[in-house]
Design a protein around this ligand. Structure first.
Ligand SMILES: C[S@@+](CC[C@H](N)C(=O)[O-])C[C@H]1O[C@@H](n2cnc3c(N)ncnc32)[C@H](O)[C@@H]1O
Length: 250
């Protein structure tokens, strides 16, 4: 396993927007992703789906610790970066495939685990969560991190309670004004209710860097987080670790 993603020479090939994204995400280095995946409990799995996996930053780290990884994304440009880098690193157990997480191009029960990091709010959550349930085998693991409304509306949220209330009230209008391609705004509760409504059992949940399948883990939660909390301590990002119950469990 390498500590560094050798991505610099890919940058000139990209648009300024993608260049910035790639620099931030790969700039963390592979070890950050490895530590994070170990904390979450997404290693030693068989077949893993990285839903909305983009440039493969999670996928390459996953591929080093799981049997095989499939990336699905709507951006061919991003996946091309992932393909180039995985080839360069001789990572041969990742496939990149154009596809929508609302309608996954895989048969049912074909994955042991699904990861979906910072993508869910761009899609129809009802469809995507139902698809994750369909493609996971019974007992399979789902890890999702979603940007909550507080993150999406951040540029407009004033510090006062009244300001927050107004931002929530005018959220659709604000999103349009921002030009953000967000389909849904979630609170942590509405997000968890949606995940449960598809049949998943939530094992743990928390702010970015807190949820884990390893209920006996001794490392402190949040140690490997990627983003700081809101100045108020309120959640901006929310993640869940959930399982598709075995038939015997229900
Ligand atoms: C913020 S990026 C996150 C990428 C990656 N998961 C990560 O953590 O770096 C969002 C990604 O979701 C992809 N995306 C958005 N909507 C999607 C959908 N409905 N189906 C598949 N991919 C989608 C975008 O193309 C983009 O690569």
């Amino acid at each position: 396993m390498s500590d560094h993603y050798a991505y610099q020479d890919v940058l000139p090939l990209l648009s300024p927007y993608q260049r910035e994204f790639v620099s931030i995400e790969y700039g963390r280095g592979e070890k950050s992703y490895q530590d994070r995946l170990r904390f979450i409990g997404l290693s030693g799995q068989g077949r893993v789906l990285d839903a909305g996996g983009g440039i493969g930053n999670w996928a390459i780290a996953l591929a080093h610790n799981n049997r095989e990884v499939e990336v699905v994304d709507l951006s061919s440009e991003r996946m091309l970066v992932g393909k180039m880098l995985s080839e360069r690193l001789n990572v041969n157990n990742i496939a990149f495939r154009y596809g929508n997480i609302e309608s996954l191009p895989f048969p049912e029960a074909s994955f042991d685990a699904v990861i979906c990091y910072s993508v869910f709010m761009f899609a129809d959550g009802n469809k995507a969560a139902a698809e994750f349930y369909r493609v996971l085998r019974p007992g399979g693991r789902l890890y999702i991190m979603v940007d909550l409304w507080r993150w999406q509306l951040a540029p407009f949220i004033p510090p006062s309670r009244w300001g927050r209330g107004l931002a929530w009230f005018g959220k659709r209008w604000l999103l349009r004004a921002l030009g953000r391609n967000v389909t849904a705004l979630y609170t942590r509760n509405s997000f968890e209710i949606l995940i449960r409504s598809k049949g998943f059992k939530i094992v743990s949940s928390g702010q970015d860097g807190f949820a884990t399948f390893n209920t006996k883990i001794t490392e402190s939660a949040g140690k490997f987080r990627f983003y700081p909390t809101d100045e108020t301590g309120k959640e901006k990002l929310w993640e869940v670790c959930a399982t598709k119950p075995n038939v015997m469990d229900s």
